[in-house]
Design a binder for this molecule. Structure first.
Ligand code: A2P
Length: 294
């Protein structure tokens, strides 16, 4: 049994989930199977990752029923709009091989088409009312996006999944989430993401940070384990990605040690304010990518 967080509608969610962003489809089923065998009971995917089908396959290969795994996925921007988002739910569940989802979130705020973002969220509210999803939420929403969404819809998102690691911890967004009772969920929780060859090449990786390294050495743990511990002790959800069986297991072995308040504060102080991933306010042509039916 892994530690759980209680969402704002009472639903319980394992705090540590397994991420599959950039997991190639041909490696995803094996990675998910390994993760579930190691003990993860929460998987986070997205229509835009192109591997929902393989996530479903991994669950079956692990010998689990979907009801035993907390399943989270995301609606891509090209499916925003009321009817389109209801249809996106059908596409996602068909690919995953399930008839309901635990958590369905909007992948991006899409500021240049916010009317459609609001309509998409209203479709999530409908799915929630109909019992097709256990909770609904958003991803990559900054304070302004949250304010506008909350002013125009009924259900406060249960989760806001944002880029969050020691070099970019977004205290302003975390504060906005907390004010509204929204759980902050960290993507790239160990700061490992590179988006494509050459992306952020000149940036230091937080996995090599000397402060994290020293804390890790003191506990006989790895830097990744220390960062995941930091996320969990702050009461956040985290969804580390790996396709490597040893690192999948390593990232789950974080429930038997504790960071001191001083260590937590030293990690908090590493924030650079510089994001590694794309800015949610910058429109991008990938928004127009069509999510296939099958
Ligand atoms: P790999 O899949 O080869 O393990 P994040 O989820 O923070 O974005 O990090 C994901 C990246 O970090 C991936 O490139 C992943 O590569 C790598 N990674 C995952 N777990 C670890 C770990 N325990 N130590 C070092 N790198 C890791």
């Amino acid at each position: 049994m892994t530690p759980e967080l209680v969402l704002n509608n009472g639903l319980r969610m394992p705090a540590l989930g397994f991420g599959v962003f950039q997991s190639p489809p041909e490696e995803t089923a094996a990675a998910v199977e390994t993760a579930l065998k190691v003990g993860y009971r929460h998987v986070d995917t997205a229509a835009a990752y192109g591997n929902e089908r393989q996530v479903g396959e991994g669950i079956r290969r692990a010998g689990l029923s979907p009801a035993e795994v907390f399943l989270e996925t995301k609606v891509w921007v090209s499916d925003f709009g009321y009817d389109q988002t209801l249809h996106a739910f059908e596409k996602a569940t068909r690919k995953l091989g399930v008839d309901r989802l635990d958590l369905l979130i909007l992948h991006q705020p899409a500021p240049d088409r916010f009317e459609r973002t609001v309509a998409a969220y209203r479709a999530l509210e409908r799915l929630l009312a109909d019992g097709r999803v256990g909770a609904i939420g958003v991803s990559n929403f900054m304070r302004t996006h949250l304010d506008e969404l909350l002013a125009r819809t009924e259900v406060v998102p249960a989760v806001n999944q944002i880029e969050l690691h020691p070099y970019f911890s977004q205290p302003d967004v975390q504060k906005a989430d907390a004010e509204h009772g929204i759980l902050t969920q960290a993507w790239s929780p160990i700061g490992g993401i590179t988006f494509y060859p050459g992306w952020g090449e000149q940036r230091r990786s937080v996995l090599q940070d000397p402060v994290i390294g020293a804390i890790a050495a003191g506990h006989g743990r790895s830097p990744a384990q220390v960062m995941l511990r930091w996320q969990l002790q702050h009461g956040r959800s985290a969804i580390p990605k790996s396709t490597n069986p040893d690192r999948i297991a390593e990232n789950f072995a974080v429930f038997d040690f504790e960071l001191t308040d001083g260590e937590m504060a030293r990690i908090d102080a590493l924030d650079t304010g510089v994001r590694n991933g794309p800015d949610p306010d910058t429109p991008r042509d990938v928004f127009d990518r069509v999510i296939p039916e099958d």
